[in-house]
Design a protein around this ligand. Structure first.
Ligand SMILES: CC/C=C\C/C=C\C/C=C\C/C=C\C/C=C\C/C=C/C(=O)SCCNC(=O)CCNC(=O)[C@H](O)C(C)(C)COP(=O)(O)OP(=O)(O)OC[C@H]1O[C@@H](n2cnc3c(N)ncnc32)[C@H](O)[C@@H]1OP(=O)(O)O
Ligand SMILES: Cc1cc2nc3c(=O)[nH]c(=O)nc-3n(C[C@H](O)[C@H](O)[C@H](O)COP(=O)(O)OP(=O)(O)OC[C@H]3O[C@@H](n4cnc5c(N)ncnc54)[C@H](O)[C@@H]3O)c2cc1C
Length: 674
């Protein structure tokens, strides 16, 4: 399925793997895409966007200077932006920012090895206009944003505060005389810091600031602010803006800083869907829930689960194909060197990556559907489902990003030395994904948000009150005592819920015991946070296991027997992997015995052997084109060594036989003349 344009010889081992695959690869591709029609549309979009003319880079990006890299990324962003503007919206209008945006994201990876400086424009500026503006404001800003007349970003985080939004220091003070807001950065720590594209690219940004009117502060609110002249691109008077410097990744995203010196914007530039300032400065709150201005963050947390699933699929594709091509060592004296994929330890490193990519993809699709329901509720004025959804999206964002980053690094390890090459693309995939664990809410902080919800849910269960769907298991496991053990998939999911319930119960006891000693509730909570994070993690793992298992069963109801078999092997592998990883928890909270543990391990190893012949087929089914994979190790044809050499020869250091540093430094050193 993947692109293998031109008739090039496919590596023999890969060809044999494909010939031996037990199922029709396309069938799984359709499942993962959400149906054959989606696959057809995606491929059509990929075919007309991924042309050599748009993508060709004479020198690899990683060999460019930071400035050249940025300029190349802007060039490609404009080509990509024009494509989106001219053609891609035909595929779904504004819906492009729904499910089809995943296709856009996928294609974007062929244009940018790192990040587009315009990612935040499409990823956060436009969604915030949709989520935080009134209809009137949307009609003013949306057409200009979608046609790229205004280019924006989302500037919330400051030098001094990222997590604690209520602690932001930038002020927006309303002046009824002129009907304007005065934006000001009172301290160094109040400078906006991090917003993608802010450093050099954008001319507008959404600024989150403390709103002051009539001598009162009403907390943080979003404002649309023009920061650069549309003609000259010079920063406007009262604006101090620049780029924050090199980072572990994201180096083409020109993340920026921004300070205001009593900078004025019109009253109507406050995004007024959830709160308004009347002309005379009266504050009108429209958000009955209180956290609706955090909506863009919730939206991105949902998107990020899909984002990391896709990136893990890329890493798994690279590592599995490479492991089928690479031969090393010998299993028995004198035997030919085996494919490294034949080492059971290699299978242990990699098959969990394939299964996790499926688990996260199916969970992400489910989360997106749940999110759409919440959005519909909100449109009808109902916000009751928001606390549960905030708890759910927070933990899924935290666990999916953390798992994906660890497993992508595992894919890199599994490729030995060549995995360390930038041309393998594994370092860039890792540097991108590891950032997702931090941005849009740090891992620990988000799990603690989920824990707040879980503790409240436990108290509700105690009081005999009804519980919302994702915590309804607490009623079942409310009583003390171990969860019965049953080694079926359903049994493992139940045990995972039992572990979560046991951990939540332990947290409640800890907090109460600490309060009994005279501590305040806040101090008791704080001292229990290590356990609370673990409880939220256990809850989230149970949800992922449950959703993955049930969605895989549902999706494969009409599949061919072989596809159903391999999909079942993967879900079972995933459940066994996590049961073994968390065996201490199971021993504490369930009735699992030592013999059961031995049986779990044995079954896990059997599953590795069963999946082995289908491993290449499974990663082919992700159907990620070579242009998107961008990898010397993972291309469809498996010409690994040829590609490594071709890329090495593009290094600027190979452009001349002798570098001038020889004459300037080495020779004088050799001759004792330095
Ligand atoms: C080509 C491309 C096309 C398309 C692209 C499409 C998609 C792109 C996909 C991915 C994007 C990729 C890349 C983007 C790259 C980088 C972007 C990065 C951007 C950023 O990072 S923006 C900054 C994000 N910042 C954060 O996330 C900060 C985290 N902090 C918080 O969220 C809050 O401060 C925190 C920690 C939740 C606490 O808030 P606060 O102190 O105000 O609240 P309390 O703790 O007191 O809680 C009060 C109460 O409120 C509840 N609550 C909190 N948050 C929410 C919420 N969001 N929704 C609902 N309820 C919430 C909380 O639970 C408490 O409830 P309780 O009292 O317990 O009942
Ligand atoms: C690549 C990248 C891109 C970004 N893009 C943007 C952007 O476009 N726009 C934007 O506004 N922001 C952006 N950010 C900022 C990002 O949202 C924040 O960095 C993130 O929310 C974490 O906040 P922080 O940096 O303040 O970390 P901190 O909160 O300072 O965290 C540091 C440590 O303290 C711990 N900690 C903090 N609070 C608590 C607590 N209450 N309980 C327990 N532990 C705690 C954390 O767990 C962490 O270990 C970006 C960040 C990165 C890395």
């Amino acid at each position: 399925m993947s692109d293998n344009k031109g008739v090039r010889r496919v590596n023999e081992d890969l060809a044999r793997e494909r010939a031996n695959c037990s199922f029709d690869v396309r069938e799984i591709t359709f499942l993962l895409d959400g149906g054959e029609n989606n696959t057809i549309t995606r491929k059509k979009i990929e075919d007309f966007t991924l042309t050599d003319e748009l993508l060709s880079d004479k020198v690899p990006d990683e060999c460019l200077s930071p400035k050249e890299k940025y300029e190349n990324a802007v060039r490609k962003s404009c080509l990509f932006g024009k494509l989106v503007k001219d053609k891609l919206l035909e595929f779904g209008g504004l819906e492009t920012f729904g499910p089809n945006s995943f296709v856009l994201r996928r294609i974007a990876d062929a244009f940018f090895k790192e990040i587009s400086p315009l990612l935040l424009h499409l990823g956060m500026f436009v969604p915030t206009i949709l989520g935080q503006c009134t209809a009137e404001q949307q009609s003013e800003w949306l057409p200009r944003a979608l046609s790229m007349q205004v280019i924006g970003t989302y500037a919330q985080t400051e030098l001094g505060h990222g997590t604690f939004i209520r602690g932001l220091e930038t002020t927006a003070t309303y002046d009824p005389e002129t009907e304007e807001f005065v934006l000001h950065s009172p301290t160094l720590s109040s400078f906006k810091w991090w917003a993608g594209g802010l450093g050099k690219t954008v001319n507008h940004c959404i600024v989150v600031a403390q709103l002051h009117t009539k001598g009162q502060c009403h907390g943080t609110h979003p404002f649309i602010v023009q920061i650069r002249d549309l003609e000259t691109h010079q920063p406007l008077p009262g604006i101090k803006v620049g780029e924050i410097g090199p980072k572990l990744g994201f180096n083409t995203a020109d993340n920026g800083f921004l300070g205001f010196d009593k900078y004025r914007i019109p009253r109507m530039n406050m995004m007024m869907k959830n709160a308004q300032i009347l002309k005379d400065g009266t504050y009108v709150k429209l958000d009955r829930h209180g956290k609706m201005t955090y909506g863009t963050m919730v939206f991105i947390r949902v998107m990020v689960v899909n984002e990391v699933a896709f990136n893990l699929a890329k890493a798994a594709t690279i590592a599995v194909r490479y492991s089928a091509v690479r031969r090393q060592s010998e299993k028995k004296p004198g035997e030919p060197e085996p494919q490294i994929l034949d080492y059971v330890t290699q299978q242990h490193k990699l098959f969990i990556c394939i299964a996790t990519a499926h688990a996260l993809q199916l969970t992400s699709d489910w989360l997106w559907r749940t999110f759409s329901g919440v959005v519909t509720d909100i449109k009808h004025g109902k916000t009751d489902s928001l606390p549960e959804f905030h708890a759910l999206s927070s933990c899924l964002k935290a666990i999916s990003t953390s798992d994906a980053a660890l497993l992508i690094e595992q894919c890199r390890h599994s490729c030995g030395g060549h995995g360390y090459m930038m041309s393998s693309n594994l370092p860039l995939i890792y540097s991108f994904v590891t950032a997702t664990r931090t941005y849009e809410g740090d891992y620990t902080v988000l799990l603690l948000q989920t824990a707040r919800f879980l503790i409240k849910a436990w108290e509700q269960a105690e009081a005999g009150k009804p519980l919302t769907p994702t915590v309804s298991y607490l009623t079942k496991y409310f009583k003390d005592g171990r969860v019965p053990w049953d080694s079926t998939s359903e049994g493992i999911v139940n045990a995972a819920y039992g572990v979560a319930a046991g951990k939540i119960s332990a947290c409640v006891k800890s907090i109460r015991n600490r309060v009994k000693t005279g501590l305040s509730y806040e101090d008791a909570w704080d001292l229990t946070t290590v356990q609370l994070v673990a409880a939220a993690e256990a809850h989230c793992r149970a949800v992922i296991c449950d959703v993955y298992r049930s969605e895989a069963v549902r999706l494969t109801e009409k599949s061919s027997p072989n596809v159903r078999a391999v999909m079942r092997q993967l879900t079972t592998l995933y459940l066994h992997y996590w049961a073994l990883e968390r065996i201490g928890d199971l021993l504490r909270y369930s009735a699992v015995s030592e013999e059961d543990v031995v049986a779990l391990q044995q079954k896990y190893e059997e599953l590795l052997a069963l999946i082995r012949p289908d491993a290449v087929g499974l990663v082919d089914a992700f159907d990620i084109r070579d242009e998107i994979l961008n990898s010397t190790l993972g291309a469809y044809d498996g010409r690994v060594y040829e590609r490594l050499m071709e890329e090495a020869l593009k290094s600027p250091l190979n452009a001349e036989p002798v570098n001038r540093s020889f004459h300037m430094y080495l020779k004088p050193l050799m001759q004792g003349k330095l």
